[in-house]
Write a protein that binds this ligand. Sequence first.
Ligand SMILES: [Zn+2]
Length: 128
Amino acid sequence: MHELSLAQSLIDQLLELAGEHQAVRINRVVVTLGPFSGIVQDSFAFGFNILKAERPATRDAVLEMETPDPEYSCVECNTLSVIPFPRQSERLELARCGLAARKCPWCGSNRLSSRGGTELILNQVEME
Ligand SMILES: [Zn+2]
């Protein structure tokens, strides 16, 4: 499971940070999941919550996830737009038609290319 190994590497990163700062406890972690990362939030949180229990330093860590809306640049008019993710009910439809279903809000072109947002970023850690 992809999310589990990502959660494991996050925990490893946290333990390393705690070591560097001589912290004994991590209270809160904020990560940004890139909109194109393909990470399933629920699975990631599930994995994190299982793995964090194995170490005293991370046992009480609260995970917060942020998912920024994806950005696209239009091939026709060069405008950069942010197009929010569709509601759950629209997702199946979107999965079927792919990105072509999205249109540039400025010129109506469907020639959009997605920009960045494929990564998991550790944003903020609170420890003591
Ligand atoms: Zn356009």
